[in-house]
Structures are given as C-alpha cells and as structure tokens.
Design a protein around this ligand. Structure first.
Ligand code: SF4
Length: 397
C-alpha cells in the first residue's frame, strides 16, 4: 500500500485573526534546529520502517504554518533525507503551502529544484477589506504576483485556497473572489466556509457583537454560486470543498495527497503536532516546536519502534468498526466517487450496505445520499446532500 507523508512547518510571520492551527509567530530562530529535528525524526522512523513499506512514498505535503518560510536548502535537506531513508515511488506529488508575499522567484526555483511540483497558495479572498478582516499579511496584488512567480519558477500545478461565509460578506464579494481566482487560471481550487474558533481574534469580535456571525443561508448560497461558476469554467467538483481541472492526459489535477486522507489510507505525519495513521494506529506528536526539538535531541530508544517516534505524545488503536466508519465518513466527501461496495468488501471482508444498513437507510430517506452504478455499486452524497454534508457525516461519527 502506498504511503503519504505530511510535514508540519509551524512558523508564521504573524497570526491571522481566524487561525487556531498549531502555528507560532516570532519563533523564526527555531527554524534551523527544527529542520534538523525533522531530519532526525525521519531517520529514526526509517530505522524501524517495515520492509513492505519501503519505497512506497508517493505524496508529500508540506503544510503549516507557512512552509514557504523555509530556505530552499532546508527543504532540500528534508526531502533528500526522506528519499534515502524511506524511498520514493516514480511519480511523486510534492506539495508545499505558500503564503503570498513570502516567495521570490529564486526561492520557487530552489523549491522546484528540490522536487516540489505543486504549490498551494493561501489566497483566501480577492477583497482587500476581507483580507484585513481575516488579519492576513498580504494584499490581492501579492496573490496575483505569487501565481506569476510560481509559473515563472516552473510550477505547473497550483492550488488557491479561498474562504467564504465571512462576517458581513455579500454574495457579490464572494463572486468577486471566485472571478479573480478563475482569472488566475490555476489547476485546483479549495473553497472553505469560515469556522470561527475559540481563542482567535475573530471569535472575540463575534462574542462582543463587533462582528456578526455569518448565517448558514449565506454559506449555502456561496456554495451554490461556487458550484455554478466553477463548473462553467471547466472545473470538476471532486471533493466537497475541492475542484480540479483536467490535465492533458484526461486525468484530473486532484490533490493526490488529500485523496489518501479521504480514502482512509495510511499517512505518516512528521513535525510538531503532526498526526499519523499507520498500521491501525492514530498517533499525534507533541505540539510545540521547542518541545519537539528537545524530544528529537535526546530520543528515547524505548519509544522508537514502528509506528512510534520519539516525538509521539499520544496514540490509540483504531478498532475495525471505527476503521469502517472512518472509511464512510471520509469517503462520502468524494462527491463523484463516494465509496464503492466492492472496494469496501475487499478491504474489510464485509458489505458496507449490511454493516451500515440503518445509517444508509436514514440518509437515503433524507435525500442526502444516493446509490449509483459505476462498474460497481457506489454510495455518494446527492447534490442536496453536498449542502448538508455534516448531517450525513454525523451518522458515522
Ligand atoms: S498563515 Fe495560515 S497557518 Fe499562519 S496564522 Fe495565517 S492562517 Fe494560520
């Protein structure tokens, strides 16, 4: 089975007003020791990796935080350590998240030279007032420039992230963001509705009434507008929040790394706060970069047997029942493909339609899912169900 690797880079220039990710501003002095700790974690993991998992890495995703704060030579060091330790497959997808304003042409060329072939740019909005509301450190012009630089540097697969359902957002604001994103002619778009998390600046403003919480109807309207505009522009809606264009070979510029998550397949998470799903275990690393560096500077050999790392903070074993639930919960996000009855049976030796007969019956009655025939029987969200995805997912939690 192929393996995906996620690498967390928990450093940012500043903290955005809506962000509750495991990321820190003002810790740039830790980047260099952090990169060394990452390489150490990869090497230690590689020592106990089962032979059957060697040379199986097919996707790498550098997320954050702001991975584009890494120097190309640091990235080169991380990727080459991964390659000689775990082994890569022939057709690698190597994605890096970049924030507008953090990438020069020279840097992008360095990343491409190190192996990066997909860039995910945090655009978020094409309206200056929304970027300010979100506390982003860039302008719309920086986004346009970031795409131009990425192209000039040799990136042929670009994603843009956009957020909707912002406080006070109008449908015209959202249409404008989509229009500008489409004009940039990228291969992939990820569109998310804002969730206002506790311990963020935006949460405080909403709690004190300074800002109004976006209502669900606006979020639904934004989703409908996106489905229409993106489909007209030739993008295929393949995951509940993701759209991709076709490539020359007729395939899709879908994010292969994220498909690994949505298909509930194994991944190795490296770095502070990273999650892994390996060999039936879910594991999580210590979250603070300084703690992480310390754990890796004096690794306790007792905790280095596969699938553990010296940085593992917590873990649990996923029961067969939970694995099957997760496969439905995640697979229903794939709005075209859904989950195949035969695929499920091959994996678990049971029929999905029998194991989850009651849940599926309820969802069919509500019109949230449908069976389709596509070489095999598949279950997927209906168009209506895509609007109310959480109501369907909750059945499998
Ligand atoms: S750039 Fe991204 S990770 Fe960093 S603070 Fe902003 S939203 Fe969070």
């Amino acid at each position: 089975m192929n393996l995906s690797v996620y690498i967390h880079i928990p450093f940012c220039v500043q903290r955005c007003g809506y962000c509750d990710f495991n990321t820190y501003a003002g810790l740039d002095h830790l980047i260099s020791p952090y990169v060394k700790a990452l390489c150490r974690e990869i090497e230690i993991f590689g020592q106990s990796l089962p032979e059957t998992m060697r040379n199986k890495v097919h996707t790498i995703y550098l997320g954050g935080g702001t991975p584009s704060l890494l120097k190309p030579r640091d990235l080169q060091m991380i990727l080459s350590t991964l390659e000689y330790t775990l082994g890569f497959m022939a057709e690698m997808e190597i994605s890096l998240e970049a924030n507008p304003g953090t990438c020069s042409l020279q840097k992008i060329r360095g990343y491409v030279g190190a192996g990066v072939n997909r860039l995910s740019i945090g655009m978020q909005s094409a309206n200056e007032h929304e970027l300010r509301l979100l506390g982003r450190s860039h302008t719309v012009g920086d986004v346009v420039q970031a795409v131009e630089i990425a192209r000039a540097g040799g990136i042929e697969n670009i994603n843009l992230d956009l957020i909707n359902a912002l406080p006070n957002q109008t449908l015209d604001d959202w249409r404008n963001s989509l229009k500008v994103a489409l004009s940039l002619d990228v291969e992939h778009l990820s569109l998310y509705s804002l969730t206002i998390e506790e311990n963020t600046m935006l949460y405080q403003k909403v709690s004190t009434g300074e800002l109004l919480t976006p209502d669900d109807d606006i979020a639904a309207d934004c989703y409908d507008v996106a489905r229409e505009m993106l489909s007209q522009a030739g993008y295929l809606h393949y995951e509940i929040s993701n759209w991709a264009r076709r490539n020359i070979a007729g395939g899709l510029f879908e994010c292969r790394h994220n498909l690994q998550y949505w298909k509930n397949l194994p991944y190795l998470g490296l770095g502070a706060g990273a999650h892994s799903y390996l060999d039936g275990y879910r594991l999580i690393n210590v979250s603070h970069p300084w703690q992480y560096i310390q754990k890796l500077s004096s690794p306790n050999k007792m905790h280095c047997a596969f699938p553990f790392s010296p940085a593992t903070q917590d873990y649990y074993i996923v029961s067969p029942e939970e694995q099957m639930r997760d496969t439905l919960l995640l697979g229903l996000r794939l709005v075209q493909e859904g989950v195949g009855e035969e695929d499920f049976f091959r994996r678990y030796g049971k029929k999905m339609s029998e194991v989850f007969a009651e849940e599926i019956h309820r969802l069919l009655q509500k019109g949230l899912v449908e069976w389709i025939e596509d070489g095999q029987k598949r279950i997927r969200l209906t168009r209506f169900g895509q609007l109310l995805g959480n109501q369907a997912f909750i059945e499998f939690v």
